[in-house]
Design a protein around this ligand. Sequence first.
Ligand code: ZN
Ligand code: ZN
Ligand code: FE
Length: 754
Amino acid sequence: MEGIVQGVGFRPFVHALATRLGLAGLVGNDSGGVFAEVEGTPAAVAEFRAALEREAPPLALIERVSAEEIPPLGEAGFAIASSVADGERQALVSPDSATCQDCLRELREPADRRYRYPFVNCTNCGPRFTIVRDVPYDRPFTTMAPFAMCPACAREYHDPADRRFHAQPVCCPACGPALRLTGRDGGPIPEADADPIVGAAELLRAGRVVAVKGLGGYHLAADASSAAAVGALRSRKHREDKPFAVMVADLTAARRLAAVDDVEARLLSSPRRPIVLLARRPDAAVAGPVAPGNRRLGLMLPYTPLHHLLAAELGRPFVLTSGNVSDEPIAYRDEEALERLSSIADAFLVHDRPIHIRTDDSVSRAFRGGELPLRRSRGHVPQPLPLPWSLRRPVLACGAELKSTFCLAKGRRAFVSHHIGDLENYETLRSFREGVEHFRRLFDIAPELVAHDLHPEYLSTKYAGDLDGVELLGVQHHHAHVASCLADNGEEGPVIGVAFDGLGYGGDGTIWGGELLVADLAGFERAGLIEPVRLPGGAAAIREPWRMAAAHLVAAFDGAAPEHLEVVRRNAARWQRVVEVATAGVNSPLTSSAGRLFDAVAAILGVRDAINYEGQAAVELEQLADPAERGAYRAGIAAGPPLRLQGGDLIRAVVEDLGRGVDPAAIAARFHRGLAAAIAAGCTLLREASGLEVVALSGGVFQNLLLLREAVGLLERRGFRVLLHRRVPPNDGGISLGQVAVAGAADRGCRATA
Ligand code: ZN
Ligand code: ZN
Ligand code: FE
């Protein structure tokens, strides 16, 4: 058996199964996974084979079962063989997993020896990836190494019939990590309750900010119902508007704050426990500063025993956001956390089990009966994603810049990394480097082919360029998006790929971001795009959407942007200058970006002129849109190749409706629906030319559910099969998987890539 079959209770499961079926033989671990030899009646052996996959333990992930016949030995009884540690490492490390029902029962049972013990875990749950220092996955190679098991824990660990047989992080109050509550100086808090959980809950109720050491890093917690507490957290963290996630005790508590359908309930309570973005209830008892101006709320359920205890003790929802200052990586080492977070947190709820690797919470939304991942990290990583075919040589893909991930791949397995963050500073780059080294060691992959973005200034591109003895392959950003969607779906194309995002290096001197590509994994043709406009002032235009309004208005009105608009008045001091820059094209590259088109419309509608986090204007425009509105603007398409979607038509329609006094909520909706219609019309024209019936939707713009829903609906009505992201995010967090797929296809000797 290959896959995630070690450290998840697989051998005891096989032992119990064989015993039940009256089979003799043995089961053991080797470097490739788990092997078993069984002998018995043909019917019993067949049932054994079937039950292996049907009844496998909850955390097991079986990738492959191979079987061969060997001569019977005539033995009786079934044994568990000791581990064989040699050869190539292929056994997999499993992701961290939320506390299971059995462990929760013990946590709440006063008679149990692990009653209220914040580190209870077993073979079916607990920390994994975040505590693994090296392979094989054995206690000495985890951050549990310093804790010697007490006799009671050792008994459980060695008993094949026990739920904790070979559970590496097994521990109890007598032998395991301990929790403590300290002040911001790391010293004790004299007036606090002796029980750290009770003490922390009291502080939170009193409106204090408490840093909580979690599974993959430190969080900052505050009472979600207190505007003062959450406001203080916001200002100390220098985070102005970006929504905070909230932890609630259970599904019932979640339903008091947000609408939760079946798929969302399943996501919330899955062992991966992501933050799930939900429609906030109007009467939700959550303070304004938790998610300012937001109709959505990111909720998660407790995933460690510590969280369960804290949620129960506090008895109300609490903000649980990454422990960092604005854009820095989340803190995960104790001294570092104390240093960096002491200006934010009033107290620290900490413990002495080290976190080996920083891993942020995953973030998800439900879409059409399934998951639309927005950030794939804790709970998912390092579970490999299957590639459609086997790679010829091992590949490292370095990803892009924002929401960075890397991907190491060998054979048919692609190990997409945890969320590294925005690769814009030294701290994050160090995380990236260390992450690559860690993955290389864990999965024994020595990359020979290294894929990177074409942008010469990305730190990930420079990192790739500095590597010795490897072959480099530049992959165009939007090709990588489409390839990522293909690989996500286990397909190779060709497809019509719609890659809509903020910005990506085009390779032709312009910046892309509203692309229709006819593509397969090996190559692409730029078959359509949003008619380019200027990006006035380059990076400044990303931070200030009103500049994009100026550029789009100048383009749509032939140089004569209407002067009566509010956006012009609000930015009067600099408006004319930016119009001149946009007209002359000074320091203003051309861009086909869909994200910047959203920015322009958001600024024109008065949603916002400057942003505090990436994508903010578009997020707010989506929320402004009236979901009941049925109208849509019409964008013309200029004949190609490549086809050019006329964004200017949408801009003129927005201005016209605004002049007529139409509600901005209706205008925002008509814009979304109009852009979706333009996508569908463009794809239909490309189908006539190419015969392709499949469309892949990728890029950060498709995190916008209103646009996504409209586009998918229109495409399906026209008979297209539509591929969506289900395993990696449509945003740049999914780029590394796409780069691996492109590199792999190129390496098979297919067409050269751009
Ligand atoms: Zn458990
Ligand atoms: Zn113990
Ligand atoms: Fe992108």
